[in-house]
Design a protein around this ligand. Structure first.
Ligand SMILES: *Cc1c(COP(=O)(O)O)cnc(C)c1O
Length: 480
């Protein structure tokens, strides 16, 4: 495919800009002005349409193929939620802040409030803020709320946050961004955080413990209530990374187990497609004692039943503009409202069933480092294939040739040659069976013709990339 720049012909154009019919503004100061032409491609409308249409056909998405990318929850997102997101496109968020403007935005404000209540109910928390714009942003917000809580009590010696090594990588990063030092607890042979080491690490200098549950091995930690009790006894708070709630919707409410703070990713569990960097939304829920420290402002329901915007003076300030990524929130509200209580329970039951089906059928061919019931995803290791010189990445590339997005590979970091599969609840048994056949075929090839796996992908516009160089020396790449 030719680059759009290579199709450029001097003087060719696809648009006609109307003559200026308003007084011209002051020109930019000389120093800010471009010295030469912008160097944009000069192409016809047809060239441009073909360019983008051809690019879009090279895209891989849930709307085209199975996408079992572990930890990312690439489920099908119903188009009706997409419609809900679009409903508010004409509504400018500044309206809510103008004098008398609240009256004009009662719908959006009630949506923010309603979503906060839905999420509080689902997670067992007392209040929720929708401001954070991603999961990691929610984590940082949550840890800042925890820090504000300790500070307000004059409890200033807490400088550590405990994080198990099976947590998501953003956890230690967010806690460090919020100013804490990280204490990492290794995973015990049973697949959960080592309880004895945790107990030994907990003391009155610990601000919080952050748990990803299910952890990145796809395993539910049966000791979370005890972990919370140990933290509380030492005056520390407890943080639940609920980025992915697919396995526990309607089954476990982290707030009931003893967690003080949670974030959830609307762009994983609740109806927004993701990948490619956004947009996201990572609302944070807290227990009563932490409500004062939530970001400002908040949407409040007034006595007459209408909604208003209120300052929240003791809070940690703003963490985003307005109330967060509103389009994502509207999709989540639609998704939760449409499915209702029973529907959400079905989501998690089906997600867990699908992952366990995948695990049961593939464990003959691939090593399973922790052979027990998994939650919404399962983690294999290609260590058996490695004996024939085949790495997880070779299997991943082969799957691309066969029309599948590869599972997550080399994560979690505590599993060698990890292959992490998350089928999600929206896939049929037939789709999973077809994928399983290809995975079994790859295992067979690893023994019989490993060179075929090393060569993959052979059907794509570009072959095997030098991934290190691709990341370090980025440049526009084009073949054919
Ligand atoms: C995806 C994920 C995150 C990070 O969320 P982002 O929106 O990508 O910042 C954090 N924790 C877990 C467990 C996740 O799966």
């Amino acid at each position: 495919m030719q680059l759009i720049y290579e199709k450029s012909m001097p003087g060719r154009t696809g648009v006609r800009i109307p003559l200026c019919d308003v007084p011209q503004a002051q020109p930019f100061p000389e120093a800010l002005r471009r010295k030469g032409a912008a160097g944009l491609p000069e192409v016809s409308e047809l060239d441009l349409v073909r360019h983008y249409t051809n690019l879009s056909r090279r895209n891989f998405s849930v709307d085209t193929n199975f996408y079992p990318l572990g930890s990312c929850t690439m489920k099908y997102n119903a188009k009706i939620a997409e419609d809900a997101g679009g409903l508010f496109a004409q509504c400018h968020p500044v309206l809510a802040l103008l004098p008398g403007g609240e009256k004009l935005v009662q719908g959006p404000l009630s949506l923010v409030h309603g979503l906060e209540q839905q999420l509080a109910e689902i997670t067992g928390m007392d209040e929720v803020t929708t401001q954070p714009l991603a999961g990691a942003h929610g984590e940082m917000t949550g840890i800042m709320v925890i820090a504000a809580y300790h500070r307000a009590r004059g409890d200033n010696k807490r400088k550590y946050v405990i994080v198990p090594d099976s947590s998501h990588g953003t956890n230690p990063a967010s806690a460090a961004m919020a100013g804490y030092q990280i204490v990492t607890i290794p995973t015990a042979p049973y697949g959960d955080m080592d309880l004895d080491l945790y107990r030994a690490a907990m003391n009155d200098e610990v601000a919080a413990v952050m748990m990803t549950c299910p952890n990145t091995l796809g395993l539910f930690n049966p000791h979370i209530a005890e972990i919370c009790a140990i933290a509380h006894e030492a005056g520390a708070l407890t943080y639940y990374d609920g980025a992915n709630l697919n396995a526990i919707l309607g089954k476990v409410r982290p707030g009931d187990v003893g967690f003080d703070v949670i974030h959830v990713n609307l762009h994983k569990t609740f109806g927004t497609p993701h990948g490619g960097g956004g947009p996201g939304s990572g609302p944070v829920g807290v227990k009563k004692g932490l409500i004062p420290y939530l970001p400002t402002p908040r949407v409040a329901k007034k006595e007459d039943g209408s909604f208003g915007v209120e300052a929240h003076p003791e809070g940690i300030g703003r963490v985003s503009d307005f109330f967060g990524n509103f389009g994502v929130m509207a999709r989540a509200y639609a998704y939760i409202t449409l499915l209702g209580r029973e529907g959400l329970i079905e989501v998690s039951e089906q997600a867990v069933l699908n992952a366990n089906y995948m695990m049961a059928r593939l464990k003959e061919a691939y090593d399973l480092p922790f052979d027990k019931t998994c939650m919404h995803e399962c983690v294999f290791s290609a260590s058996r294939q490695l004996k024939d010189g085949v790495h997880a990445i070779d299997i991943a590339k082969y799957l691309i040739d066969r029309g599948y997005h590869p599972p997550t590979v080399y994560f979690p970091l505590n599993v060698k040659e990890a292959i992490m599969i998350e089928p999600t609840e929206t896939e049929s048994k037939e789709t999973m069976d077809a994928f399983i056949e290809v995975m079994l075929e790859a295992a067979k090839l690893a023994q019989e013709k490993p060179e075929l796996l090393h060569e993959a992908p052979v059907t794509m516009p570009v072959g095997r990339l030098d991934e290190t160089r691709a990341a370090r020396a980025q440049q526009v790449c084009c073949e054919q």
